[in-house]
Design a protein around this ligand. Structure first.
Ligand code: BTN
Length: 276
């Protein structure tokens, strides 16, 4: 049966690639699953089996999609782009996960601008935001096995949801591409463009040009210059997010000191006093 809407399809993605190695695994194949627990979990498995650098793993549905900080990533059928890229970076050139996450955010933001025409704001460290609502998220993980180290870059983007089927708390907090465009979006053109943009930022990182990535992140940031509350483990701090350090840490000015936040998550205070 053919679908009335565009759904993920490798035959529609691969011809759109302008990459040299991303989604072009040497001696291997990209994967598209009808349903899987989590594309990140599958990528970790594949890395342990010697999966090739650049492999793209996609799913039309995830039964155990994972978000940051152990959260669940709600992944109903054909509602989002559930994707993971497997990288095998040279051991000496692996930047830290914060910088990689920021770089991926830049790539996804550029890709969505190019393929769908929407400006996506970046909320430190991994959130993709439009109009204060979450459009997607990034989950980068490092894994190590007999084949060496692997970096897994997981990206989830909301494409189409039925508002009536969402719990009230999510309805308020999330947004999806078709809610913004008010017309059908082809997830294949979005993920192909993400792969293309990802290759650019990956090469910049590899060449030690993370300063260029950070500059691009700053222009897309919805975080800098804002009042925030940050929690990391047991610790909570409040202040203004003033910059990003070379390490990818968020620099927060509490009024008495400047603190570098390397992990955890933040809440931004909006001008009307609400938080997102
Ligand atoms: C977050 O915002 O907390 C990160 C969400 C990352 C979700 C994606 S969906 C594809 C990949 N597989 C997973 O299980 N998680 C990531």
């Amino acid at each position: 049966m053919t679908s009335l809407v565009d759904v993920l399809d490798l035959q529609k993605i691969e011809p759109r690639l302008l990459t040299r190695f991303i989604a072009r695994p040497d001696g291997g194949k990209n994967e598209l699953w009808e349903s899987i627990n989590s594309t990140n979990t599958r990528a970790i498995e594949l890395a342990a089996d010697g999966g090739a650098h650049g492999t793209l793993i996609l799913a039309r549905q995830q039964s155990a999609g994972r978000g940051r900080l152990g959260r669940q990533w709600v992944s109903p059928s054909d509602s989002g782009i559930y994707s993971s890229f497997l990288f095998r970076p040279e051991a000496q050139s692996i930047p830290n996960l914060s910088t990689i996450t920021l770089a991926v955010g830049v790539a996804v933001s550029k890709a969505i601008r190019k393929s769908v025409g929407i400006d996506v704001g970046l909320k430190w460290v991994n959130d993709l935001v439009v109009d204060r609502r979450k459009l997607g998220g990034i989950l980068c993980e490092m894994t190590s096995n007999s084949h060496g180290k692997a970096l897994i870059v997981g990206i989830g983007i909301n494409v189409r949801f039925d508002e009536d089927e969402l719990p009230d708390d999510l309805k308020e907090k999330m947004v999806w591409l078709e809610r913004i465009t008010k017309q059908p979006v082809d997830p294949n053109s979005v993920i192909a463009e993400i792969a293309n943009q990802l290759e650019d930022v990956y090469l910049l990182l590899l060449n030690g040009q993370s300063n260029q990535i950070l500059a691009q992140w700053r222009t897309r940031s919805i975080t800098l210059g804002r009042r925030i509350i940050a929690t990391s483990g047991e610790r909570t701090i409040e202040g203004e997010a003033v910059d990003i350090a070379d390490s990818g840490a968020l620099i927060v000015d509490t009024g008495t000191e400047k603190i570098e936040l390397h992990a955890g998550e933040i809440t931004i205070r909006n001008a009307d006093g609400s938080y997102c």
